[in-house]
Write a protein that binds this ligand. Structure first.
Ligand SMILES: *Cc1c(COP(=O)(O)O)cnc(C)c1O
Length: 407
């Protein structure tokens, strides 16, 4: 296995740390490998003194005071994830979108301004327009390629620059350090939704970003059965996020934390398999006459491939293709509807392959999307890539037949 470990600190590699991080939570008692699945609302204290003492100790990383703030199951996941991110601590949220929204709400008040990347996950855009705007917080969307030019969009009331790289439909990458440099000079916070790469393949905090966001629903859960969001940060930034999280009353079930920690242990082997399978399928798709373009950051012809090579340790299993223009909806349906191994559904990051239409042009306002043909998004699961290619080859055969029949 090729060891790719840009910027790694400490002795052990990341793969090793995935097996060991978060296993030093006191309540394990040294008896089990995994933390107990501790479901709790009430935590009982021995006496009045420790009950009142508990209020002050609630902020201690291992202390357990009340179910809403988590039990040792949550603590184990928080510690493990923070180690992978290189963060002081991590907040657990009920889903990825809750992690996006907490980050948006944490640093603004009425009258403030947010700069949001135009390729952002569409529901996070919805929260800017539908939640922040009525609260008196204005959002400006910006071209992902604007880089240091972001400075011209900064106003005296700008509080947050929010990034996502690559965009989970367009697969555009942005030059993160360029944004961080400008933000720091102006005393503005930066946040980044890192769901595509996970901190195994890209670590925003190491590039100076203040807040790293993850939809744990995707690769961390890994089995299409967990809803979870994570927000990792350090110092004063984490303190502000935690305070807002408490005020919003977010809480996560111990079952979800337990399953996410199980996913954490196998993240390295799964992601490398997703990566290899996706690259094999993407290269094959690039050779087809019906495919105009493959949107995959690890391929050398991707427009921001140089950023990928500079900043990332690997690629995950999600990418897009643009079909040549002119295929009728019915022809595309005959291809997609009859695939054997590709499910039609939202989310991704599970062990199974998925395909969905991806109307990228409808998900942006500051920039236009120049592809004339239809865009499809594929998630390559843990199946044998040869079977996936055979399945897609039959699908493209149906597309070709349907297009010819229509002529
Ligand atoms: C899926 C996703 C989310 C939201 O996660 P949920 O758990 O579905 O709320 C946020 N950001 C990105 C990039 C995603 O892909």
């Amino acid at each position: 296995m090729a060891e790719r470990s840009k910027g790694m600190t400490g002795a052990a590699t990341r793969a090793t740390r995935l097996a060991h991080a978060g296993r030093d939570v006191p309540t394990f008692g040294g008896k089990t490998v995994n933390p107990p699945l501790s479901r709790a609302s009430t935590i009982l204290f021995d006496d009045l003194a420790s009950l009142s003492d508990g209020k002050d100790r609630r902020r201690e990383p291992d202390f357990i005071q009340y179910g809403r703030f988590g039990t040792e199951t949550h603590t184990a996941l928080r510690k493990a994830w923070s180690e992978l991110e290189g963060a002081d601590d991590t907040l657990l949220l009920p889903c990825g979108l809750a992690a996006n929204v907490l980050t948006l709400l944490a640093f603004v008040e009425s009258g403030d301004h947010v700069l949001m990347i135009d390729n952002v996950y569409a529901p996070a855009r919805g929260s800017c327009d539908g939640l922040l705007a009525p609260l008196g917080v204005e959002t400006t969307y910006f071209d992902p390629q604007i880089g240091a030019g972001i400075e011209e969009l900064i106003r005296p009331n700008t509080r947050l620059i929010y990034l996502e790289t690559p965009g989970s439909h367009s697969f555009e990458l942005c030059d993160v350090p360029a944004y961080v440099e400008v933000a720091r000079r102006h005393g503005i916070k930066t946040a980044l939704d890192n769901t595509w790469a996970t901190p195994l393949f890209y670590r925003p905090l190491e590039q100076g970003v203040d807040v790293s966001i993850q939809a744990g629903t995707k690769y961390l859960g890994g089995h299409s059965d967990v809803m979870l969001g994570l927000v990792a940060a350090s110092g004063e930034t984490f303190r502000i996020l935690r305070e807002k999280c408490d005020l919003l009353g977010y809480s996560v079930a111990a079952d979800e934390a337990y399953l996410a920690l199980r996913g954490f242990r196998t993240l390295d082997v799964r992601l490398r398999r997703h990566e290899a399978g996706a690259l094999e399928v993407a290269r094959w798709l690039a050779s087809l006459p019906e495919v105009e373009r493959v949107l995959h950051p690890a391929l050398p012809d991707h427009p921001q491939h140089a950023l990928f090579a500079r900043d990332f340790d690997g690629a995950s299993g999600l990418f897009g293709i643009v079909l040549k223009p002119g295929f009728a909806p019915a022809a595309v349906a005959s291809m997609v509807d009859n695939l054997t191994y590709f499910g039609l559904g939202y989310s991704w990051g599970g062990y199974e392959s998925l395909i969905v239409p991806s109307p990228v042009e409808k998900m942006r306002t500051a920039t236009s999307w120049d592809a004339a043909g239809r865009t499809l998004r594929l998630h390559i699961g843990l199946e044998d890539p040869a079977d996936l290619i055979a399945d897609l080859a039959a699908g493209f055969g149906r597309l070709r037949d349907a297009a010819q029949a229509a002529e």
